[in-house]
Write a protein that binds this ligand. Sequence first.
Ligand code: BGC
Length: 246
Amino acid sequence: MEILGIDIGGSGIKGAPVNVTTGELLAERYRLETPQPSTPAAVVATVAEVVQHFNWKGPIGCTFPAVVKQGVVYSAANVDESWIGTNGQKLITQQTNCPVILLNDADAAGMAEMALGAGRGQSGVVIMITFGTGIGSAIFCNGVLLPNTEFGHLVIRGRDAEDRASDRVRQEALLKWKKWARRVNEYLGHMERLFSPDLFIIGGGVSKKHEKFLPLLTTKAAVVSAQMLNEAGIIGAAIAAKPLLA
Ligand code: BGC
């Protein structure tokens, strides 16, 4: 029950073999910088390097930071625009000679948290939001995912939410935690008015520093940090690829 999980992000491409029953990483995570420009050929070559690093020959679950349907990429907010219309799943399969499932990064992270982390056993409406280069979203109703929700692009004060409240913006604009948390509260408040969730799970790179901002969040719904921190993408990608084992 081992699958190689790979998480393609706007800044890094990370992977590790995962025990998909326990969610345990079976080797130390390997990370390479995302090539710039992040064209399909350059990104797929980097993914292949990660696969080679583990000398991997089995199934692969891989995330991508965009809308992905049946392996085809339909958006490109934080990657090169030439990805739009590209069948990323097919390209990675051809390059690695391994069976591959490609899916949205936040959907993968959410699947990992629902199966083995902060959302385990949670019924009702759970919303996972990842704060990284962009803002990713995954919504579950009684454990079932509604894929490709893209709520990082909700418009707030005339701008994409992720251009105001992503972790990249926090770092680039040198925002203090209090100021960033105000933006996050405004964003989560919008989400709350639209979806009345029972639980928010906060993931992405910033979840490592949850003690800095979680106490500043003021949603009515419970809000918790992702338990798998930044590894949820790798673990969720591997879990999503379980059908390849059959
Ligand atoms: C993309 C999403 C992605 C999120 C997090 C957004 O810009 O549109 O597909 O999940 O960033 O990477």
